[in-house]
Design a binder for this molecule. Structure first.
Ligand SMILES: [Zn+2]
Length: 151
Protein backbone atom coordinates (compact mmCIF):
# COMPACT_ATOMS: atom_id res chain seq x y z
CA UNK A 1 0.00 0.00 0.00
CA UNK A 2 1.23 3.46 -0.80
CA UNK A 3 1.96 5.80 2.04
CA UNK A 4 2.59 3.07 4.58
CA UNK A 5 5.52 3.44 6.95
CA UNK A 6 6.41 -0.21 6.87
CA UNK A 7 8.09 -2.49 4.33
CA UNK A 8 5.91 -4.26 1.77
CA UNK A 9 5.07 -7.31 3.92
CA UNK A 10 3.83 -5.17 6.85
CA UNK A 11 5.11 -4.29 10.33
CA UNK A 12 6.15 -7.85 11.20
CA UNK A 13 6.92 -11.11 9.39
CA UNK A 14 8.26 -14.47 10.42
CA UNK A 15 11.95 -14.88 9.67
CA UNK A 16 12.35 -17.27 6.72
CA UNK A 17 15.34 -18.86 8.45
CA UNK A 18 14.19 -19.31 12.07
CA UNK A 19 10.44 -18.53 11.81
CA UNK A 20 10.53 -16.15 14.77
CA UNK A 21 8.60 -12.89 14.39
CA UNK A 22 10.87 -10.11 13.18
CA UNK A 23 10.10 -6.40 12.80
CA UNK A 24 10.12 -4.25 9.70
CA UNK A 25 12.10 -1.06 10.00
CA UNK A 26 10.05 2.08 9.45
CA UNK A 27 10.63 3.90 6.15
CA UNK A 28 12.78 1.10 4.73
CA UNK A 29 12.20 -2.19 2.93
CA UNK A 30 14.19 -4.03 5.59
CA UNK A 31 13.31 -6.65 8.20
CA UNK A 32 15.79 -7.39 10.92
CA UNK A 33 16.30 -10.74 12.66
CA UNK A 34 18.52 -10.75 15.77
CA UNK A 35 20.01 -14.05 14.66
CA UNK A 36 20.05 -13.78 10.87
CA UNK A 37 20.51 -10.11 10.13
CA UNK A 38 18.79 -8.08 7.48
CA UNK A 39 16.25 -9.18 4.88
CA UNK A 40 15.30 -6.77 2.11
CA UNK A 41 12.12 -6.70 0.07
CA UNK A 42 13.01 -6.73 -3.60
CA UNK A 43 10.20 -4.56 -4.91
CA UNK A 44 10.08 -5.57 -8.58
CA UNK A 45 10.00 -9.33 -7.82
CA UNK A 46 8.10 -9.22 -4.53
CA UNK A 47 10.80 -11.46 -3.09
CA UNK A 48 12.50 -11.26 0.28
CA UNK A 49 16.29 -11.33 -0.03
CA UNK A 50 18.74 -12.23 2.73
CA UNK A 51 21.48 -9.58 2.76
CA UNK A 52 24.32 -11.89 3.72
CA UNK A 53 23.61 -14.96 1.61
CA UNK A 54 21.55 -13.58 -1.27
CA UNK A 55 18.96 -16.29 -0.62
CA UNK A 56 15.51 -15.42 -1.88
CA UNK A 57 12.01 -16.34 -0.78
CA UNK A 58 8.49 -15.78 -2.04
CA UNK A 59 5.49 -15.85 0.25
CA UNK A 60 2.19 -17.63 -0.18
CA UNK A 61 -0.48 -17.98 2.51
CA UNK A 62 1.90 -16.85 5.22
CA UNK A 63 4.62 -19.38 4.33
CA UNK A 64 8.02 -18.59 2.86
CA UNK A 65 9.24 -20.63 -0.08
CA UNK A 66 12.92 -20.51 -0.86
CA UNK A 67 13.60 -19.66 -4.51
CA UNK A 68 16.41 -21.76 -5.87
CA UNK A 69 19.12 -20.40 -8.14
CA UNK A 70 21.11 -23.63 -8.28
CA UNK A 71 19.82 -27.13 -9.06
CA UNK A 72 21.47 -28.68 -5.98
CA UNK A 73 19.42 -26.54 -3.58
CA UNK A 74 16.19 -27.68 -5.18
CA UNK A 75 17.32 -31.30 -5.38
CA UNK A 76 18.21 -31.31 -1.66
CA UNK A 77 14.83 -29.86 -0.79
CA UNK A 78 13.05 -32.54 -2.82
CA UNK A 79 15.25 -35.23 -1.32
CA UNK A 80 14.46 -34.16 2.27
CA UNK A 81 10.79 -34.04 1.46
CA UNK A 82 10.91 -37.56 -0.01
CA UNK A 83 12.69 -38.79 3.11
CA UNK A 84 9.90 -37.32 5.25
CA UNK A 85 7.24 -38.94 3.11
CA UNK A 86 8.90 -42.35 3.27
CA UNK A 87 9.36 -42.04 7.03
CA UNK A 88 5.62 -41.45 7.33
CA UNK A 89 5.01 -44.51 5.21
CA UNK A 90 3.60 -42.53 2.31
CA UNK A 91 3.94 -43.76 -1.23
CA UNK A 92 5.05 -41.14 -3.71
CA UNK A 93 4.20 -41.77 -7.33
CA UNK A 94 5.46 -38.61 -8.98
CA UNK A 95 7.24 -35.33 -8.36
CA UNK A 96 5.52 -32.28 -9.77
CA UNK A 97 7.94 -29.37 -10.13
CA UNK A 98 7.11 -25.74 -10.85
CA UNK A 99 7.51 -24.93 -14.53
CA UNK A 100 9.96 -22.12 -13.77
CA UNK A 101 12.57 -24.67 -12.67
CA UNK A 102 12.58 -26.60 -15.92
CA UNK A 103 15.68 -24.80 -17.28
CA UNK A 104 17.48 -25.12 -13.94
CA UNK A 105 17.02 -28.89 -13.82
CA UNK A 106 18.05 -29.58 -17.38
CA UNK A 107 20.88 -32.05 -17.12
CA UNK A 108 19.84 -33.35 -13.67
CA UNK A 109 16.99 -35.48 -14.93
CA UNK A 110 17.20 -39.05 -16.12
CA UNK A 111 15.50 -39.71 -19.42
CA UNK A 112 13.44 -42.92 -19.51
CA UNK A 113 11.67 -43.18 -22.83
CA UNK A 114 9.35 -40.17 -22.96
CA UNK A 115 9.53 -39.64 -19.19
CA UNK A 116 11.94 -37.66 -17.07
CA UNK A 117 12.96 -39.06 -13.70
CA UNK A 118 14.56 -37.76 -10.52
CA UNK A 119 15.45 -39.99 -7.56
CA UNK A 120 13.80 -42.85 -9.44
CA UNK A 121 10.45 -41.06 -9.67
CA UNK A 122 8.70 -39.60 -12.66
CA UNK A 123 8.87 -35.82 -12.89
CA UNK A 124 6.27 -33.54 -14.41
CA UNK A 125 6.45 -29.78 -14.70
CA UNK A 126 3.78 -27.16 -14.09
CA UNK A 127 0.33 -27.63 -12.70
CA UNK A 128 -3.28 -26.97 -13.53
CA UNK A 129 -4.40 -26.60 -9.93
CA UNK A 130 -3.73 -24.76 -6.69
CA UNK A 131 -1.38 -24.09 -4.84
CA UNK A 132 0.21 -21.08 -6.37
CA UNK A 133 2.88 -22.43 -8.68
CA UNK A 134 4.59 -19.07 -9.07
CA UNK A 135 5.70 -19.46 -5.45
CA UNK A 136 5.93 -23.11 -4.42
CA UNK A 137 8.77 -25.22 -5.73
CA UNK A 138 7.37 -28.71 -6.07
CA UNK A 139 4.76 -31.13 -4.82
CA UNK A 140 5.02 -34.84 -4.17
CA UNK A 141 2.14 -36.66 -5.76
CA UNK A 142 1.06 -39.32 -3.28
CA UNK A 143 -0.68 -42.51 -4.27
CA UNK A 144 -3.62 -41.78 -1.99
CA UNK A 145 -5.05 -38.58 -0.55
CA UNK A 146 -6.08 -35.25 -1.90
CA UNK A 147 -3.11 -34.72 -4.20
CA UNK A 148 -4.10 -37.68 -6.27
CA UNK A 149 -5.33 -36.99 -9.73
CA UNK A 150 -5.78 -38.97 -12.90
CA UNK A 151 -3.23 -38.46 -15.60
ZN1 LIG B 1 15.97 -15.49 11.94
Amino acid sequence: MEGTLYPAFGPEISCPQCRLPIPGLILTETYLCDRHGAFEVDGPTGELVHGQSGRRWRRWQGEWYRQHMHPDGLRFEIHYSLDDAYRLGERVSKIRIAERYRPLLQGCLEQKGQEEHLFGLQVEFGSDESPDWAVVNFQLVKETGRLRRKS
